[in-house]
Ligand binder design. Structure first.
Ligand code: 1GP
Length: 245
């Protein structure tokens, strides 16, 4: 359980972590290389690999490329069971606890259970909560279920508490990749104040200031994908903001 241990050790030490999301649909190996170079220089803690769709099946290839160039841990963030790759270090075993779609709460897990187990990956049971980001994102469309309204912190809080009591080991709050509005700090604070497991926050984070504010509100791990795809210099700036917090 080396990767989960890293999450909890970091939280215990009061340190914040920065994860860069790599969506295999958007990135070829040629595009991944400069990101890895920057990530090494900036002290990125994790790569999360996955996406809602994954049209091109280059997950294995992308992860092998990352692994050949650096030792930064790779955690799968799968949009579907077909995105499991044995080359990763660990897997967010996601249950969409903000939704009411049984397929994403348990159905797909049943179907993929033998493949997931035989992958040999470290499995990290994760309560995945989609928060309304102001405009439909791929995740809200694909999940076919309503996100938690952005101003309903109580619902987010109770959802995270229930997830923790069910035994989930991480809570991942996501406004969706490319969200117009990232998650508000008061919601992050309400959730973080009431759970003991590490809290991952992502979706629509575009500035070092917002990353730092999320950390101050209690996020343990900040995830950024889109903003870095558009402007790679943000990788270093956001990493610095997170690690200062
Ligand atoms: C999406 O939380 C991640 O699941 C990252 O979102 O691509 O908007 O940074 P962005």
């Amino acid at each position: 359980a080396a990767i989960y241990q890293k999450f909890t050790d970091q939280k215990k030490a009061g340190k914040k972590a920065f994860a860069v999301l790599i969506d295999p649909d958007k990135m070829s190996n040629a595009e991944i290389d400069p990101i890895i170079e920057q990530a090494l220089a900036a002290g990125v803690d994790y790569f999360f690999v996955g996406g809602s769709l994954v049209v091109v099946n280059t997950v294995d290839q992308n992860i092998q490329r990352i692994k050949s160039l650096c030792d930064i841990p790779v955690v799968l963030f799968p949009g579907s069971p077909s995105q499991v790759s044995k080359y990763a270090d660990a897997l967010f075993y996601l249950s969409l606890i903000s939704g009411r779609n049984p397929e994403l709460l348990i159905g797909q897990h049943v179907i993929s259970a033998p493949a997931v187990r035989s992958s040999g990956l470290e499995i990290m049971p994760t309560g995945y909560m989609v928060i309304d980001g102001g405009a439909p994102t791929s995740v809200s469309y694909i999940a076919n279920t309503a996100p938690i309204p952005a101003d309903k912190s109580d619902i987010a809080l109770c959802t995270a508490m229930a997830g923790e009591m069910l035994g989930l080991k991480l809570i991942y709050m996501d406004a969706g990749s490319g969200a117009k509005n990232p998650i508000q700090e008061n919601m992050i604070r309400r959730v973080s104040d009431n759970i003991a497991v590490p809290l991952i926050v992502g979706g629509g984070i575009k500035t070092p200031e917002k990353a730092a504010a999320n950390c101050a509100a209690g996020a343990d791990v900040i995830v950024v994908g889109n903003a870095i795809e558009k402007d790679i210099s943000l990788l270093r700036e956001i990493s610095a903001a997170v690690h200062k917090g």
